[in-house]
Design a binder for this molecule. Sequence first.
Ligand SMILES: C[S@@+](CC[C@H](N)C(=O)[O-])C[C@H]1O[C@@H](n2cnc3c(N)ncnc32)[C@H](O)[C@@H]1O
Length: 397
Amino acid sequence: MLKFVKTWWSITILHIEIEQPIVCLEFFSGIGGLHYGIQESGISYRMAMAFDMNENANDVYEYSFGQRPNNKAIDYLTIQDIDRHKADCWLLSPPCQPYTRGGNYGDNDDPRARGLMHILDLLPQLQHRPSYILLENVMNFETSQSRNLLIKVLGKLGFKFYECLLSPIQFGIPNNRLRYFLIARLRRPDPCILENKSNCQVGLNTTHICSEHTMWLSENIKLTENYLSQGKEVIYTEWPFGPAVKTITVKEIIQRPLYSYVDTNQNTVLTLQVSASDILRRRRLEFDIVQPSSTQTSTFTKAYGSKHLIGSGSLLQTQQMDITENGFNAPEKLLNLGLRFFSPKEVARLHHFPEKDFKHTLKFPSRITQRQQLQLLGNSLNVHVVAQLLKHILFCE
Ligand SMILES: C[S@@+](CC[C@H](N)C(=O)[O-])C[C@H]1O[C@@H](n2cnc3c(N)ncnc32)[C@H](O)[C@@H]1O
């Protein structure tokens, strides 16, 4: 943007203001759901580096973004590995197993929580800390020790945060995927960054600015302790949340029909058909069956598309639409309903991964099988929800 500015010595000079893209790091990047989220938000950004140790996910990430994530285990990243990027914004979706029944609710003691614990350990030691953070996880994370530690670390560093449990269905998308999100923003610029930062770090408080800063930080720590003492009360469960929301109104949220996500050409694809033997093996269990006219689907997990038909995600009925059955007592009644899995493309659509109109769209290299695609998508997240939360923390605050 070009701007004419009158200076104090009364000469008009030409300023060139360049909008600086916000520099991001994506931890536990998978296939890049959070990267697509910041892309959809419209915020000017540069993804400096993504980190993930799953090479299938990294192949997809590289194929779609032209940038290969660092495959070093996050537990072993050094201060330099992170500081060198001078990132303003961190996007994180750490493994969810430590906070699930399947993972025995191991919380901080689960080895899969080590990556997150390590990052929280490094954060206060960095020369260049981020000003914005978004973290995604499963429901239950909000009651974990990991969450308490995360909040304490952020509070000590001067962050303000919002925590919420939200599902795409609240954004007009016919998919349930209730997830925990934390969005955090540094409360105000760290004055020590402007002054000599090391004075503050050794606790000498040698300058006026540093002592002011220390007082302000202890205030933030008190606020955080008070916040933590309120338990679950502080977690938002509705969207839009908070008085700061100016740009989004409830009226703008329009419920989108499921049929607009369905590709009927997939109805005859053999690899998507649910086999009769897998259906008949289930007794006294309810199948989750939807039709294109349905208003919602359930969460797609990484087991979707496998033999685990119950609880891994909705099956699509493609025939005899006048019949509604869940197969509880008689699974044989389901055999003529043309049950199929949603294709990876349809699941990606329900997660709002971009197919067009954006610089980066989700593409799978041909060597990634249908099952692997569904696995990776089952581990991923809803891009639209992330975009809305990022807009909230970057524009509305
Ligand atoms: C919940 S998934 C994140 C999915 C991602 N948000 C997406 O959109 O696909 C967690 C990811 O963390 C990766 N991961 C788990 N532990 C890790 C570690 N210690 N170091 C690096 N990556 C790790 C897994 O490979 C997986 O891709």
